[in-house]
Design a protein around this ligand. Structure first.
Ligand SMILES: Nc1ncnc2c1ncn2[C@@H]1O[C@H](COP(=O)(O)OP(=O)(O)OP(=O)(O)O)[C@@H](O)[C@H]1O
Length: 305
């Protein structure tokens, strides 16, 4: 069974009468890249701040590496970038990391060049952070988070300010960290498509509530264009689909909905054939959407970017 690295149970956070997080239940397994998606103000940063100990919960349970109380030690295994870390602007990337290394008591000096190389900042040499682009500052922030070789990496909106190449590079780096170094990653974003091809699991946060937790596979399946079909006789429908309509690529869901992934233009023929076999078609529509539309629909059709 996979090991749960981070879990919240009925987690709530209130600021006076304002409920920023409401009964949030979510869990992240080791090696997973968890995409936390939510529009501005959804509560992503608050959730991350609570996990990392920068803010207090109002109620609920936080479990880190299997422990629920006195999480100071567990939090030493976490590396995080929350907003921009305090970087010394008149110093180089290397000098900044050296300060962080000493402050955190990391003995191995070699970790600095290793980390700079990992985030692609090894060629910045004498350049001061003052003269860094936003993307370079983001990478340095990531380097700071990676310095202690954390088991759990938490990144709050790390793609902000990165150009498309920077986003792809970051995506590859995070994949490598998860796959080769078995680092578990929680990454927040208000743009779902930025997490696409990276996250292995998604949590959708809206107005402080976790609306849904879904694996990448399930999400892709839901977004794939398909015919959604419900009839009064699922078993007989399956037989007609296979034997008469020669449809192979379909799935039957527990609520008796059938999803057909082929012959999307032939809904008329499908419904006629089913009717001629005495099957009543209760619902039939072509579905499937862009990731952004998926999230929009999930939160009630409102544009959020
Ligand atoms: N210290 C605070 N006091 C009162 N309200 C706060 C405080 N911190 C956050 N909030 C409110 O909590 C809500 C969630 O904020 P949070 O920063 O967690 O959202 P977010 O999803 O990270 O948004 P963004 O993508 O804009 O960073 C917002 O309405 C915010 O104004």
């Amino acid at each position: 069974m996979s090991e749960i690295i981070c879990q919240t149970t009925e987690l709530c956070k209130n600021y006076k009468n304002f409920h920023v997080l409401q009964n949030v239940n979510f869990s992240i397994n080791r090696g997973e890249i968890y995409g936390l998606v939510g529009e501005n103000g959804a509560g992503k940063s608050t959730l991350i701040r609570i996990l990392t100990g920068l803010a207090f919960k109002s109620s609920g349970i936080i479990t880190l590496f299997g422990k629920t109380d006195y999480l100071q030690h567990e939090r030493t295994k976490i590396g995080c970038t929350i907003e921009m870390p305090a970087l010394y602007k008149d110093m180089t990337a290397k000098q900044n990391l050296e300060i962080q290394r000493v402050q955190r008591g990391i003995p191995d000096q070699k970790c600095i060049s290793k980390t700079l190389e990992l985030v692609g900042l090894n060629n910045t040499e004498k350049k001061k952070v003052n003269n860094f682009s936003l993307g370079m500052k983001q990478r340095l922030a990531l380097a700071v988070a990676l310095l202690g070789e954390p088991e759990f990496l938490i990144l709050d909106e790390p793609v902000n300010g990165l150009d498309p190449t920077g986003i792809i590079e970051l995506r590859e780096l995070l994949k490598k960290l998860a796959q080769e170094n078995h680092v578990t990653i929680l990454i927040s974003s208000h743009i779902l498509s930025e997490l696409n091809q990276l996250a292995t699991c998604y949590g959708f946060l809206h107005h402080g509530k976790l609306l849904k937790q879904i694996t990448a596979e399930e999400l892709n399946e839901e977004c794939k264009r398909h015919i959604k079909l419900k009839t009064d006789d699922t078993k007989k429908t399956v037989t007609v689909l296979e034997e008469q309509l020669k449809i192979k690529n379909f799935s039957v869901y527990p609520d008796n909905f059938i999803r057909i992934y082929e012959k999307l233009e032939e809904t008329h023929t499908i419904s006629k054939t089913l009717s001629s076999n005495g099957i009543v078609v209760e619902e039939m529509s072509v579905q499937g959407e862009e990731l952004e539309t998926y999230f929009e629909n999930l939160i009630g059709g409102r544009r959020y970017v």
